[in-house]
Design a protein around this ligand. Structure first.
Ligand code: HSE
Length: 315
């Protein structure tokens, strides 16, 4: 008789992330202090025993659409293991709001891959986990900081049979605080990508190149002089504006109450403002962003967040 097999049980914690950072569409992203936790045991018994607490627990997701489990299955197709793994026991505690632009799907993918890798004594290294996570997500700007923490600059290279990501990870020399205004409606990334044009003008391309370069120069040197110009974008935000009522007014309100900049977090609808801890104006910015949204009939909750420097960790 073949005995049932169970892996060791592993608990991991993965941060929320904010992608694009204005002009760095599909390239830049950073991790913030809001988390999802996963406890995982892989088994040879088929079927999924999935428990979810927190954000998303009121939504019913069929087993074949479970992102965590589908990511693990993708990994199992790629690696060699002596065990026939047909099921899993998963307990998730999630504080990352779903479909709001804070990397909930990236956190789900990374937590599945990272935890399964630990359960199986690390057949993949971090670079391989990142490549696979990017292949699943389609772009690297959330999965890279979810896995490695900090601020990341990502270059995705597509080969015939695989994807490879070069991810530069650094802790900005400008100490930043983030104010995330999270509206009470979902926006699917697919829908927010469908409104984007196939091409943009040379003037808009130059606008974005100069902002991305200025942002990275400012953050990596600690020179704040031109930072307030560096969060603007002409590649995706103007086209997504119609999907998020009040978007430019919320940006304006944040800046008028002292934020150094503001942008769409990922594909939205969360909007994120940036300030310096020494200015001590986080509460003022939070209130002004919430009020500006409410003028458009949008209820929102605001989170004041810091940079997460750890990425995915075993807890
Ligand atoms: N770069 C992506 C986008 C992030 O803006 O569509 C969303 O996950």
């Amino acid at each position: 008789m073949i005995e049932d097999w169970c892996s060791k049980t592993v608990r991991v914690r993965v941060p929320a992330t904010s992608a694009n950072v204005g002009a760095g569409f599909d390239c830049l992203g950073f991790a913030v202090t809001l988390y999802s936790e996963l406890e995982l045991t892989l088994t040879s018994k088929s079927g999924l025993d999935f428990q979810l607490e927190g954000e998303g627990s009121d939504e019913i997701v069929p087993e074949d659409e479970n992102i965590v489990w589908n990511s693990i299955r993708k990994m199992l197709e790629r690696i060699e293991t002596p065990h026939k793994i047909l099921g899993a026991k998963m307990k998730m505690k999630n504080s990352i709001p779903l479909s709001r632009g804070l990397g909930s799907s990236a956190a789900a993918i990374v937590s599945g891959l990272f935890a399964a890798n630990e359960c199986l004594e690390n057949p993949l290294n971090r670079e391989q986990i990142l490549d696979l996570a990017t292949e699943i997500e389609g772009h690297p700007d959330n999965v890279a900081p979810a896995l490695n923490g900090n601020f990341t600059v990502n270059v995705m290279k597509k080969f015939e049979d695989r994807i490879q990501v070069d991810s530069f990870n650094f802790k900005p020399r400008v100490d930043l605080k983030f104010i995330a205004a999270i509206p009470n409606f979902h926006l699917e990334t697919k829908k927010a990508r469908a409104v984007l044009p196939e091409s943009i003008s040379r003037a808009d391309a130059i606008f974005n190149l100069s902002r991305v370069a200025m942002l990275i120069a400012s953050l990596s040197t600690g020179d704040e002089r031109f930072l307030s110009e560096a969060f603007d974008d002409r590649l995706h935000q103007p086209y997504r504006m119609n999907l998020i009522p009040g978007m430019s007014e919320v940006f304006k309100a944040a800046k008028e109450s002292g934020a150094i900049g503001a942008c769409l977090s990922g594909a939205g609808p969360c909007l994120i403002a940036f300030t310096l801890p020494k200015l001590k104006n986080e509460l003022e910015i939070s209130n002004s962003m919430r009020d500006a949204f409410s003028k458009f009939g949008i209820e929102s909750r605001v989170e004041i967040l810091d940079l997460d420097s750890n990425g995915a960790v075993v807890i």
